[in-house]
Ligand binder design. Structure first.
Ligand code: ADP
Ligand code: MG
Length: 442
């Protein structure tokens, strides 16, 4: 990497920062910390990975993240290749050391700020928060297992760790770990044969918290082992708390017997925060980062950042960086500059891409979108296309109206406002938008 020009190094640094915003710190440390850039040009990027296991795991689980981080940084889609580090001789099935928990007191995954005190409660997470508190206060007696699901960045890991941290004052043994670590520990035990050690670790505890169990979908044999771990703890009334990015029945390839066990306790969902909750979270996070922001600024961030709390935090971090470099107070102007500066991708999406993606998603024809028809089935996609054109192109209101069947600019403003509002209030719409945007920026 030292031979690479500075510009490429900078780009690589920005790509890494984007990746960081999209995944949890523990996932970043485990899989991305040790990657290095070999080559980057207009057509391709090659990245050095420490071993085959890492390469395969990243290819299976994190390609989406990498592709969108690259796209957001350089505004184009390029080939991605991974190259094994030749200086490190390959060991079959070698697992990165950091992800095999060595002892039960392994704290490397724990963020001490993820406490109940630092978790803001709103309508989107009230039930889950209450259940988490109940379980933290009297493990094994209230809800067992507690199964928390939510899209990424809405506080699952935070809540699980809050429960974990609260147990530290108690004598019982508590283990928190990402599901990927459980799987990797299992795979490395196949190699070492130390099944006693493995089972001791997971079965002789009082409280088990496993984060992101959707990863169980990847490995049938680890699911089998997880099933036995679950039974063994459950039968002895030990508390189990699990999180996932989807409800149990939507975890691909998962067996009915595991789904039914997850249903024995309580399954609860965290929804994206409402506008008011987002503002409260922004103010809390800003205070934690020693950043002073006015209500106007908080509202602006809540309006413009997505409803993913991790992304909101990313925006705050950027604002903090920018304001300390320029020694500015955090004014609305500064925040606008920062947020706009980070949506560079605006320029490169064409209106054609937007129309193609939207019509494909809604299964209608481009000619229908451009027509004068006012059926809801066509009006909604048309408004979505206008909203996306505002967000991802530099076209003026007039130009967007022109492309979309010769409509005037007030129609475009009206459509954009309407979709923005629905994005905050209607879960189906926000999910649809996220999907379409993901497809667009792929
Ligand atoms: P998930 O595990 O669901 O992907 P995380 O728990 O990692 O999400 O949350 C992402 C970030 O958002 C964390 O820094 C977390 O502290 C913050 N966060 C999420 N929800 C809340 C909340 N209700 N109050 C305060 N911070 C939150
Ligand atoms: Mg998480």
């Amino acid at each position: 990497m030292s031979d690479l020009p500075l510009k490429e190094k900078d780009t690589w640094f920005s790509i890494r920062e984007k990746i960081k915003e999209k995944i949890s710190p523990q996932q970043f440390t485990t899989w991305f910390e040790n990657l290095s850039l070999i080559n980057l040009n207009r057509y391709e990027i090659s990245i050095k990975v420490p071993n085959l296991f890492c390469k395969e795991w990243i290819e299976k689980n994190y390609m989406d993240v990498i592709v969108s981080a690259i796209f957001e940084t350089i505004n184009s889609k390029i080939n991605i290749s991974f190259v094994l580090d030749e200086n490190k001789p390959e060991v079959v099935n070698s697992v990165p050391e950091s992800i095999v928990p060595k002892t039960i007191n392994n704290l490397s995954y724990i963020n001490k700020n993820y406490t109940f005190d630092n978790f803001l409660v709103g309508p989107c997470n009230r039930l889950t928060h209450a259940a988490a508190l109940a379980v933290a206060e009297s493990p094994g007696t209230s809800y067992n297992p507690l199964f928390v699901h939510a899209q990424v960045g809405l506080g699952k890991t935070h809540l699980l760790q809050a429960i974990y941290l609260q147990q530290q004052a108690r004598p019982h043994k508590t283990l928190f770990l990402p599901c990927e670590s459980f799987i990797n520990h299992y795979i490395s035990t196949i190699r070492t044969g130390d099944w006693n050690g493995f089972r001791d670790m997971y079965r002789n505890i009082d409280f088990l918290l496993i984060d992101d169990v959707q990863f169980l979908a990847k490995s049938q044999s680890s699911r089998e082992e997880f099933f036995h771990t679950f039974n063994s703890l459950y039968n002895r009334q030990k508390q189990i708390v699990l999180s996932s990015d989807c409800p149990p029945e939507e975890i691909p390839t998962i067996e009915e017997r595991l789904i039914s066990r997850f249903r024995w306790g309580l399954i609860t969902r965290i929804d994206p925060p409402s506008f008011e909750t987002s503002i409260a979270i922004i103010q809390k996070k800003a205070a934690l980062a020693n950043l002073e922001i006015s209500n106007d600024v908080a509202s602006f961030i809540a309006e413009n950042a997505s409803s993913n709390v991790r992304e909101i935090e990313g925006t705050l971090v950027n604002i903090a960086k920018y304001s300390s470099i320029n020694k500015d107070v955090v004014t609305l102007d500064l925040v606008k500059k920062v947020i706009e500066g980070f949506s560079e991708r605006k320029k490169l999406l064409g209106i054609e891409d937007i129309l193609k993606t939207v019509t494909r998603h809604f299964n209608i024809q481009i000619s229908q979108i451009l027509s004068k028809r006012k059926f809801q089935s066509i009006t909604l996609p048309r408004q979505v296309a206008m909203y996306l054109a505002r967000k991802f192109t530099n076209l003026s209101l007039q130009e967007i109206g022109g492309y979309l069947g010769g409509r005037d600019h007030t129609t475009v403003i009206h459509a954009t406002e309407k979709i923005k509002k629905l994005n905050k209030t209607d879960r189906n719409i926000s999910m649809m938008l996220r999907k379409v945007e993901k497809e667009l920026t792929k």
